[in-house]
Design a protein around this ligand. Structure first.
Ligand SMILES: C=C(O[C@H]1C=CC=C(C(=O)O)[C@@H]1O)C(=O)O
Length: 395
């Protein structure tokens, strides 16, 4: 049996400075969040039941632990960080229970330990290395024909929307330090959730589901414009694309909530792009945990399409891409079932020296391949630019 202890601590200052080494788990937004290290337990799973299997494992793990928690707030006590695959297969989804977590939320700071972790040796931050990006000569032509095919299917009435994605690969010239990457991402995207969880690093603007007690929040994004983009944000195309995404989240949350408040869409301005955003808040009817909500919401029409099943089939056939953990839930959950699960967007998968960046866009009847390509370029820039590389790749 593991002993889990959370104690209140003095404000630790910049949380990233507390992370002892390059491979720390990081979850930060607006200065608050958590940094964690060590591994008390890990669960890996895959398949259509991956969310439920992970939740069951987590419930068993917490039930078998002895908990002393001075704060009993969201994220205190035992906590698991997780990253799931977009698809039912291939690839593994993971929950990780760190040995040490240092967190801060609303002015309260804490330290959680699992067992008796020894003193971690600290390493200096490594600068982000140079990246050799792979030239993918056929990528643009492939994208154009995929988008054109999707638009044809939509115009034929086979579906309303599909989100198509592509990836860009690179090779790091030196070791990767998640602290350096997340530090740059938090500077550039202060309103996003910046994360490093099990080799997935990024700054997501989109909250799939957060739960604190009975309160549920979701921030749905879809519809994009970007500096120099040909389209304004307020176009019929963007609002159609956005409503479908918002409706897909509302339909699921309505099942679980006694009351739901759906705000009027607003404009979310980020450093590289601008989005239409709908904030949804609700009061849970039962005790559904955050990961269960995320699992039920995934994949929303912000990353898949409408109707879901037809969109999934089409994106699988047109993309020729293993999305891996891109566009899937990434986040954390505590033993009470509170948690925050974002959609892993604007992110990179880092495996040793190999880097994969992803970006996608919603395709509706009014979409055009060239503008959508530009949109993926703007979105890819979120992570690509932190390596100091500004030129387009794969063109
Ligand atoms: C699928 C992505 O973005 C989604 C979120 C915001 C705007 C989107 C859009 O306008 O297409 C996408 O639905 C991505 O960044 O890879």
């Amino acid at each position: 049996m593991e002993v889990v202890r959370t104690v209140k601590i003095d404000d630790p200052g910049a949380l990233l400075e507390v992370a002892p080494h390059a491979g720390a788990t990081l979850w930060l937004r607006g200065g608050d969040g958590m940094v964690a290290w060590g591994e008390a337990a890990r669960f890996e799973t895959s398949g259509p039941d991956r969310f439920d299997l992970a939740r069951r494992w987590w419930r068993r793990w917490t039930a078998a632990s002895r908990i002393s928690d001075e704060i009993e707030g969201p994220g205190t006590g035992p906590i698991a960080f997780g990253s799931f695959t977009f698809d039912d297969g291939p690839g593994t989804s993971t929950l990780i229970v760190p040995r040490v977590v240092v967190g801060r939320r609303d002015g309260i700071a804490w330290r959680t330990t699992v067992g008796e972790p020894g003193e971690e040796s600290r390493t200096a931050w490594a600068r982000l290395p140079h990246v050799d990006w792979s030239a993918e000569p056929g990528a643009r032509a492939h994208w154009h024909s995929a988008v054109a095919q999707a638009v044809r299917d939509i115009q034929l009435g086979l579906l309303e929307k599909v989100v198509l994605a592509r990836d860009v690969r690179g090779r790091l010239a030196g070791p990767f330090d998640a602290r350096s990457a997340v530090s740059r991402l938090t500077e550039r995207f202060p309103s996003c959730w910046a994360f490093a969880v099990d080799g997935l690093v990024g700054a997501s603007p989109e909250l799939l589901a957060a739960r604190v007690g009975r309160e549920v929040t979701s921030l749905v994004l879809a519809g994009t414009s970007w500096p120099g983009g040909a389209h304004a944000l307020a176009t019929p195309k963007n609002s159609a694309e956005h409503s479908l995404a918002a409706d897909s989240a509302i339909a699921v949350l309505e099942e679980y909530c006694d009351s739901l408040d759906v705000a009027t869409p607003h404009v979310l301005r980020l450093a590289n792009v601008t989005h239409l955003a709908t904030r949804i808040t609700g009061v849970l009817r039962g005790r559904t945990d955050a990961l269960a909500l995320a699992g039920r919401l995934h994949p929303t029409a912000a990353v898949c399409g409408t109707p879901t099943h037809q969109a999934l089939r089409l994106l699988r056939s047109l993309e020729g891409l293993d999305r891996d953990r891109y566009a899937a839930p990434v986040g954390w959950q505590d033993s009470r079932g509170d948690g925050e699960w974002c959609i892993a967007l604007r992110c990179a998968r880092v495996r040793g020296r190999e880097l994969r960046l992803f970006a996608g866009c919603g395709i509706v009847a009014g979409s055009g391949p060239a503008a959508e390509w530009q949109e993926t370029e703007a979105k890819l820039g979120a992570v690509r630019d932190i390596f100091g590389i500004r030129e387009a790749v794969g063109v």
